[in-house]
Design a binder for this molecule. Structure first.
Ligand SMILES: Nc1ncnc2c1ncn2[C@@H]1O[C@H](COP(=O)(O)OP(=O)(O)OP(=O)(O)O)[C@@H](O)[C@H]1O
Ligand SMILES: [Mg+2]
Length: 731
C-alpha cells in the first residue's frame, strides 16, 4: 500500500522523515494524527521496522482506540506488537513487569477518584485536622499538581516549613503516599511517577525500554505535563526518534499542569529537531473554520497561525437562543430527527457540553424520542455502587493487602459486621502493622470481638479464600459470576426485587459483558489485566462502541475527534466560559482554547445553543449568552428561523424547528401516572408549582422524592403516595 498518496507535500515530508526528532506543530484538523498513523504504517511496511519497536501515546482511551483502528486499517490487519495507548496504560504495562524492583507487589491496585477520597479522609482524620479547612478534594488536587511537577512530600514540607497550612498539606501528602504503599496501590498520577522512579532505580529496566522503543510517537503533545514529558524524554534518549504532534491553540489541561514550555524544551532537549508546520485544514467547511479562527484570535498569549481550507463554504453556523435547558434539549433532538430524514446517521451527531452535569436533560429527551445515544465520560457506569462493589471484591482477591477494597465490601451484602467491629479490627491491624485481611485470618488474637462477629467474619474469610484459590481455574467471566454467587451479592439483589435492584442487576450483566468483551479482545489476559483495563476507564472517557449512536461528551473528552454535525450547547456566561474563569485572564484564555477545540470538531454543520434560564443541581438562574458567541462576526452566523425564512435550498435542512418552539404542557392528572415518576420527571405541585424530581429513594412501601422547585422554594422531600403532585406531560 502507498502511505503517502493523498497527502500534501508537508505531510509527506513528515511521513518520510528519515531519523531523528520530529516536531509537528499545526492547527486543528490539519492532519496531524493522520500523519502520525501513516508514518507508523510506513515505518513498518516500507522500512521494515518491527512493530514491537514502536510506541505511540495519546491522551484519552477513545483517541487511542481510534488510532489503533486507523493504523490497523492501514496495515490491513491488526496493530500487532505496537505499544499504543494512553500514558497511563503504557505505564501500567511497564509497572506490571517490574514494579517489584521499587518495593511494590506486581499485583498492585489502581485507585480511582473515590478510593482516593476515602483514603484522604482517613489521612485527614488521622492527622487530627479540621475537615472543614482541609477538604479532601482540594488537597488531592494539590497533591496531584505536586506529583505532576515531580515534587516529593519531603521537598514540599521543607519548602513550606513556616507555612502552617501548606506544611500540613505536605504531611497529608506524605501520609497519603504511605497509605497507598501499605495498600499496595497506586493512584493515576503515581502510574507516571512510579514508572519514572523505576527507571531511576533500575537503569537496566530503562535501558531495556530505551532499546525496545526505537520509534516513539506522542499525539496531543501540547497537553503533556512535566512528568509525562520527562517519561518520553527518558525513553527517547537512546534513539532520539521521537515524533510529537500538537497544537498550542488546543492546550486545554493547564490546570493539570500541562505546560506549553514543553514544546520549547523539546527543541532544547532534542537538538536538530525537524519542525514541520501544517496549515491546511481538511476537516471543516470554510464557515466553521472561519468561526473558529475568529474566536481564537482573541487570545493574546498565542502564536499567530493561519489555517485555511479548500473545503466547501458550507452552511452558516446556527446560533440558537432557547428559553431553558429543557427546550434546548428538545431543539437538539428535533434537529437530529430532521437531519436524519435528510440522510444523516445517528453516529454523525455529537452533543458537546462544558460540564458533565448538562448531559442529564439531553439523556431524558433522547430516551423519550428514541434517539440512540452514548455518553462518553461522565457516564457513571463505573461509579455505580454495584460495579464498584464487584470491582472491590476482585481487587481484594487479586491484592489481599488492599484494605480500602476490603472495607468497602466486608459487609456487602450485610453480614452483620458493623462499624464497631471493623474499628477494632482496623486498630489491631494498625498496631501489628499488618493488612486487615491478614489479621482476619487469626481472629482469636484480636481483642474484644463478639462470637457473633467472629462467626460472620469467618464466613467472609472462607468465601474470599476460596475464591482466591479458584481464580486461576476459570475464565474471567465465569470467575466474576462465581464471585457474585458465592458472596450472595446477586441473591440479595434478587430478594430486594424493586426497580433499583433490577437496574443494579442489569448493570451487573453489563459488567459481565465487559469481561466477555475483554476476553475476546485479550485471549491471553488474566484477571489482573482485566482489572487494570477497567480501572483505567476513567470518567474522562469510557470507551464504548459508538457505532450508530449519537455521542454526548464534554469538550475535554472530544479532543482529537471529529463529527459531521456538532451541537455545542450551554454556551452561556458562567457555564462556558466557566464561572471561575470570568475574572481571570489566563483561565479565560484556556476556556477560549477549549471553545476552539469544540468548534473545530465539526465537519459539516455546527449548532451553538444557549438557554436564557438554566437549572443545574436544582438551582435556577438567568444566563447571558457566552462572550465567545459575541466574538463571532454576525455575518458568519444565522438562526434556524432566519435560515428558514431565506427559503434557500442549501439551508433547507435547518428550517424545521418551528415545532420545537412551542411544546404544549398538558398536565395529566391521575394517580396511576405517579408510577411513572422518575428522576428527571417534571411535576406540578399544588402549592409550589413546577419542579423536577432529582432523587428517588425507597422508603418502606413508599418512595421518597426529592424535588427541585424554582427559587425561593428550592429542594423539597415528599412521599410519593401522598404528595399533591401531577406529572407534567411533554408533547
Ligand atoms: N491530505 C489529506 N487529504 C484528505 N483528507 C485529509 C488529509 N489530511 C487529513 N485529512 C483528514 O482531515 C481530518 C482531520 O485530520 P486529523 O484528525 O489527522 O487532524 P488533526 O490535526 O490531528 O486534528 P486535531 O488537532 O483536531 O487532533 C481527518 O478526517 C483526516 O482523515
Ligand atoms: Mg489529532
Amino acid at each position: 500500500m502507498d502511505y503517502i498518496s493523498g497527502l500534501n507535500d508537508r505531510q509527506k515530508e513528515a511521513v518520510l522523515h528519515p531519523e531523528g526528532p520530529l516536531l509537528i506543530l499545526a492547527g486543528a484538523g490539519s492532519g496531524k494524527t493522520r500523519v502520525l498513523t501513516h508514518r507508523i504504517a510506513y515505518l513498518i511496511e516500507e522500512r521494515k521496522i518491527f512493530p514491537g519497536n514502536i510506541l505511540a501515546i495519546t491522551f484519552t482511551n477513545k483517541a487511542a482506540n481510534e488510532m489503533k483502528e486507523r493504523v490497523a486499517e492501514l496495515l490491513g490487519g491488526d496493530i500487532g506488537y505496537i505499544w499504543m495507548g494512553t500514558f497511563h496504560s503504557i505505564c501500567v504495562r511497564i509497572l506490571r513487569q517490574d514494579i517489584d524492583k521499587i518495593g511494590y507487589d506486581r499485583s498492585f491496585s489502581i485507585y480511582d477518584r473515590d478510593d482516593q477520597i476515602t483514603l484522604m479522609k482517613e489521612c485527614i482524620k488521622e492527622q487530627n485536622l479540621n475537615k472543614d479547612i482541609y477538604k479532601e478534594r482540594s488537597i488531592l488536587g494539590n497533591i496531584s499538581s505536586l506529583k505532576d511537577a515531580m515534587i516529593s512530600p519531603d521537598t514540599y514540607i521543607n519548602q513550606n516549613y513556616n507555612d502552617y497550612y501548606r506544611r500540613n498539606v505536605g504531611e497529608l501528602y506524605a501520609l497519603y503516599q504511605k497509605k497507598l504503599k501499605q495498600n499496595n496501590a497506586l493512584d493515576f498520577d503515581d502510574l507516571i511517577i512510579k514508572t519514572l522512579e523505576l527507571f531511576r532505580a533500575d537503569p537496566m529496566v530503562l535501558d531495556y525500554y530505551q532499546k525496545k522503543f526505537k520509534y516513539i510517537f506522542v499525539d496531543e503533545f501540547q497537553d503533556t505535563n512535566k512528568s509525562q514529558y520527562e517519561l518520553i524524554r527518558l525513553l527517547a534518549d537512546k534513539h532520539k526518534n521521537l515524533c510529537v504532534v500538537g497544537d498550542d491553540d488546543q492546550s486545554i489541561y493547564k490546570f493539570r499542569g500541562a505546560d506549553i514550555t514543553n514544546i520549547l524544551n523539546f527543541e532544547k532537549d532534542f537538538p536538530n529537531t525537524k519542525i514541520i508546520k501544517l496549515e491546511q485544514n481538511y476537516r471543516s467547511t470554510k464557515n466553521i473554520l472561519n468561526v473558529a479562527n475568529h474566536v481564537i484570535k482573541n487570545n493574546s498569549e498565542r502564536k499567530d497561525k493561519s489555517l485555511w481550507t479548500d473545503n466547501e463554504e458550507g452552511n452558516l453556523v446556527v446560533v440558537e437562543t432557547l428559553p431553558d435547558s429543557q427546550e434546548e434539549a428538545y431543539f437538539v433532538a428535533n434537529m437530529i430527527e430532521k437531519l436524519m430524514v435528510e440522510g444523516y446517521k445517528p453516529s454523525d451527531f455529537a452533543i458537546l457540553y462544558r460540564t458533565n452535569a448538562q448531559s442529564r436533560t439531553f439523556e431524558e429527551v433522547f430516551i423519550k424520542r428514541g434517539i440512540p445515544y452514548k455518553i462518553v465520560g461522565g457516564l457513571r457506569f463505573y461509579d455505580r455502587k454495584e460495579i464498584k462493589d464487584i470491582l472491590a471484591y476482585l481487587k481484594l482477591i487479586q491484592n489481599p493487602v488492599d484494605d480500602i477494597s476490603l472495607k468497602r465490601i466486608i459487609n456487602v451484602p450485610k453480614r452483620g459486621i458493623g462499624n464497631a467491629t471493623m474499628g477494632k479490627i482496623e486498630q489491631y491491624a494498625n498496631e501489628v502493622g499488618e493488612s486487615i485481611y491478614s489479621v482476619l485470618q487469626k481472629l482469636d488474637d484480636i481483642p474484644d470481638l463478639s462470637t457473633r462477629a467472629k462467626n460472620s467474619i469467618k464466613g467472609f474469610v472462607e468465601i474470599v479464600n476460596n475464591l482466591m484459590r479458584i481464580k486461576e481455574q476459570m475464565s474471567i467471566k465465569d470467575f466474576i459470576e462465581e464471585v457474585l454467587k458465592e458472596t450472595n451479592y446477586i441473591k440479595e439483589l434478587e430478594k430486594q426485587d424493586d426497580i433499583e435492584s433490577r437496574t443494579r442487576l442489569e448493570n451487573i450483566r453489563e459488567f459481565i459483558s465487559v469481561a466477555v468483551d475483554f476476553e475476546v479482545k485479550n485471549p491471553e489476559g488474566n484477571l489482573e489485566d482485566f482489572l487494570a483495563t477497567v480501572s483505567l476507564l476513567s470518567d474522562v472517557d469510557k470507551t464504548e462502541d459508538l457505532k450508530n449512536t449519537a455521542t454526548m461528551l464534554t469538550v475535554h473528552s472530544a479532543k482529537g475527534l471529529e463529527f459531521p454535525v456538532v451541537f455545542l450547547v450551554g454556551m452561556e456566561e458562567g457555564l462556558f466560559p466557566i464561572f471561575r474563569a470570568l475574572d481571570n485572564e489566563s483561565e479565560l484564555e484556556e476556556e477560549r482554547r477549549l471553545c476552539y477545540v469544540a468548534i473545530t470538531r465539526a465537519q459539516k454543520l455546527l449548532f451553538i445553543t444557549h438557554a436564557k434560564i438554566r437549572t443545574i443541581y436544582g438551582n435556577t438562574s438567568y444566563s447571558l449568552p457566552s462572550r465567545f458567541i459575541d466574538e463571532i462576526p454576525k455575518n458568519l452566523i444565522t438562526t434556524t428561523e432566519e435560515s428558514s425564512n431565506l427559503g434557500n435550498n442549501k439551508r433547507r435542512l435547518v428550517n424545521i424547528v418551528d415545532r420545537t418552539k412551542r411544546r404544549k404542557n398538558n398536565t395529566v392528572k391521575s394517580q396511576e401516572n405517579k408510577d411513572k415518576v422518575q428522576v428527571g420527571t417534571k411535576v406540578n405541585h399544588k402549592k409550589w408549582g413546577i419542579g423536577t424530581v432529582v432523587q428517588i429513594k425507597n422508603k418502606d412501601e413508599d418512595k421518597e422524592l426529592v424535588i427541585a422547585f424554582n427559587e425561593p422554594i428550592g429542594l423539597k422531600r415528599l412521599l410519593l403516595s401522598i404528595a399533591p403532585i401531577e406529572i407534567v406531560k411533554g408533547d
